[in-house]
Design a protein. Structure first.
Lengths: 402, 312
């Protein structure tokens, strides 16, 4: 049964390195603020990149994903003013795994390591039990965030966790929209969270050579040299019922590059197919704003711009483009949801937020950039892109309701 | 639209390290990614589908987990000693993406974290992608590495191991396509329901109702009286006590059906429900009837998949 109901954004919220709400974050971003600075949470000397857009506030919970997501959800929920039937209310979150305490992980690693350096199952069975009590699933499981939010908001409908790397947040919004469209639920709390300013991910990304050696995130700039890790959470409340002035989530599109793990398909075909699918789904061919994935890596930005031009054609000249990662870094699993909020801000308030750090656009990234401060523009439809390591692409189209 | 399971591929437990089409890729794979890639290669080969750029791929995945050897190298000896490919092991979507890259799948996709129900959600997503025209063919299922040390410790802490769960690595994939063939094994509906804060029977009834509602209107759906009746129930549960609860539910709701309990197999977490669906497909082969898969993973959220053959 394919019921196709429309989907409306009733509320948005975020918890970011700049502020504890999206409202305050958007105001700071509009003025050109940037949250990237030296890492202080741990000794980052020796790591390939020593800066990040990190949240300084301390929390009692070991899993930082939970307070981040909870704060973002609170703001979105208050704005939404909805009272759904619990059985018709779902939660969809983009998240990757959390991190255990280093001592526990190290203990497990030592327990597993035999004399030859390989995994010794018998030794592990003998020694790992002592560590079992220290492994908290709420810290490790990607699903902990969605389950925690579902419990907090009494959601008894579908609860799903999308783990699609950098496209997780966007893909979670896609799942939520699909569930509302088909009548699986009436209201969805959805979005993403990233908390990857930690040694494991900094080492992992750094060793791949994709982090900025200069310590600056400036998407589309001629001097860009990699991304900077960020963290935070962005959440939306979607509903089948609009409110006055609601923005519609009108289009969703997904594709796989099927090319390489760390590099996009050179022609941008995979990204273009996802963008085209979202635009086709929304029934629009012209958008006033593109929230680019814009990671600040030399290859990705160039390919994304080429894909935007191939999909929009002449309409690309009428679309302004910016990326959240200049100011807030790359939230990985949360990035796509943050991008959706940028697009929402443009459609709902006519405020196109800038790409922080961008001062000298690369000629091969030839689009209408938003630099310095926010641009006031009447945007009736916006496209938000998310492209993941591994080649998964997820795109959203937000549109002003008639 | 009628959606059929055209082919299945499964791998469970100790599996020989057969080479992949690109052997170098193995170094970057978690165990789950490797099993998924092998299943995918086998499945795509069976189907003969040529439109690989448009094939959808929706997978329930576990937490891939880094190799503890690599993690300990990082923690004890520093960044320089760390495997430069560590990031690939840490991201859960790579369980799906490795295989997709090797096989050239380019359609709509999602990797849903699963301790059971996420795999049912992946199946629902795949069906929707076909129904909505996003793709003509889709592959869905799950893959997991339940023997990963951190996962074992997690399952131990939560008491599952002590209550009889036997962890295993595995992958189960299903090929889905629209079909008008009367002999095809079709999926009538699938759904999962929240098991939080309510009795399991209530959650199972909810999932059953949602699965019925997701099937086409009229003479189909598990609550409809039209033939064929439910002939078999396939149970996928994380261990003996969960299996017992599902068996009781099945016996009460479908007293004339044969119950096939797959919980004696080892628990593959995200792969479990897909392996059960593959079992149901096999059971329906050569016969007319309806099979209901009941799954209950360690997340506590029950899932229901309704399949039939010869119902058209």
């Amino acid at each position: 049964v394919t019921v196709q109901r429309r989907v409306f954004v009733r509320g948005v919220g975020a918890f970011t390195p700049l502020a504890s709400t999206w409202r305050a974050t958007a105001a700071a971003l509009a003025d050109g603020a940037c949250a990237i600075r030296e890492i202080t949470a741990f000794d980052a000397r020796g790591f390939p990149c020593r800066v990040a857009a990190a949240i300084d506030e301390a929390f009692a919970e070991e899993d930082r994903r939970l307070p981040y997501a909870r704060r973002a959800a609170e703001e979105a929920w208050q704005m939404a003013c909805v009272a759904p039937d619990p059985d018709r209310f779902g939660v969809f979150v983009g998240a990757e795994s959390g991190r255990g305490r280093w001592q526990t992980v190290l203990g497990l690693a030592r327990a597993a390591r035999g004399n030859s350096g390989t995994f010794d199952h018998a030794k592990f069975a003998r020694e790992a039990a002592a560590f079992a009590t220290r492994i908290d699933a709420s810290v490790l499981s990607p699903s902990a965030v969605a389950v925690t939010l579902a419990q907090a908001y009494s959601a008894h409908g579908p609860v799903e966790t999308v783990s699609l790397a950098c496209a997780s947040g966007s893909a979670a919004i896609v799942e939520a929209a699909r569930a509302i469209r088909t009548g699986e639920c009436d209201v969805a709390l959805c979005g993403g969270v990233g908390a990857d300013v930690d040694p494991l991910m900094l080492a992992g990304f750094g060793l791949l050579g994709i982090l900025s050696a200069s310590g600056v995130s400036f998407p589309f700039d001629a001097h860009r040299d990699g991304f900077v890790v960020g963290e935070g959470s962005a959440m939306l409340v979607l509903s089948a019922e609009p409110a006055t002035g609601s923005v519609e989530l009108a289009g969703i599109g997904r594709s796989l590059d099927a090319h390489r793990l760390t590099a996009p398909e050179p022609s941008g075909d995979g990204a273009a197919r996802a963008m085209a699918a979202a635009l086709r789904d929304a029934g629009v061919s012209d958008v006033g704003y593109v929230q680019a994935h814009g990671t600040s890596t030399p290859l990705n930005d160039r390919i994304e711009v080429a894909a935007i031009r191939s999909v929009l054609g002449a309409a690309a000249d009428r679309a302004h483009v910016s990326s959240s990662k200049g100011a807030l870094g790359h939230w990985v699993a949360g990035a796509g949801a943050l991008g959706a909020l940028y697009a929402w801000e443009a459609v709902a308030h006519g405020v196109v937020l800038p790409t922080a750090g961008l001062t000298r656009p690369d000629p091969v990234c030839n689009v209408a950039h938003v630099m310095g401060q926010a641009l006031a523009k009447d945007v009736s439809a916006a496209l938000a892109n998310s492209f993941a390591f591994g080649g998964a692409n997820s795109c959203l189209v937000l549109r002003r309701t008639a | 639209m009628t959606i059929a399971v055209t082919h299945t591929a499964t791998l469970v437990g100790p599996v020989d390290e057969a080479p992949l089409a690109n052997p170098r890729a193995r170094k970057m794979m978690s165990r789950a990614a490797y099993l998924a890639a092998r299943c995918l290669a086998a499945l795509v080969g069976q189907t003969g589908w040529s439109d690989r750029e448009r094939i959808g791929y929706f997978l329930g995945v576990g937490a891939s987990g880094g190799s503890l050897t690599d993690v300990s190298e990082l923690l004890e000896r520093g960044v320089a000693a760390c495997n430069p490919l560590l990031a690939f092991q840490l991201m859960n979507n790579f369980t799906m993406c490795h295989g997709a890259i090797l096989e050239g799948l380019g359609g709509p996709n999602a990797a849903l974290f699963s301790r059971g129900a996420g795999t049912i959600a992946a199946l629902a997503e795949a069906m929707h992608a076909i129904e909505s025209g996003d793709c003509e063919h889709a592959i869905t299922g799950g893959a997991d590495e339940a023997t990963h040390p951190v996962t074992v410790a997690e399952l131990t802490r939560e008491g599952f191991i002590g209550r009889g769960l036997v962890p295993a690595d595995g992958a189960g994939l299903l090929a889905l396509a629209h079909s008008d063939d009367r002999d095809a094994t079709i999926i009538e509906g699938c759904a999962h329901a929240s098991g939080r804060g309510r009795p399991l029977v209530e959650a199972l009834d909810d999932a059953l109702a949602r699965a019925s509602a997701s099937s086409a209107p009229g003479d189909r759906g598990v609550r409809a009286s039209a033939p064929p009746s439910v002939t078999s129930i396939v149970i996928s549960a994380w261990g003996p006590s969960a299996a017992g609860a599902l068996r009781s539910f099945a016996t009460e709701r479908f007293p004339s059906a044969t119950v096939i309990d797959t919980s004696g197999q080892r628990e593959c977490l995200a792969a479990g429900p897909a392996l059960a669906v593959a079992t149901a497909v096999e059971h329906l082969r050569g016969a007319r009837g309806r099979a209901v898969v009941l799954s209950l993973g360690v997340d506590g959220d029950p899932g229901v998949v309704v399949l039939s053959r010869g119902a058209a």
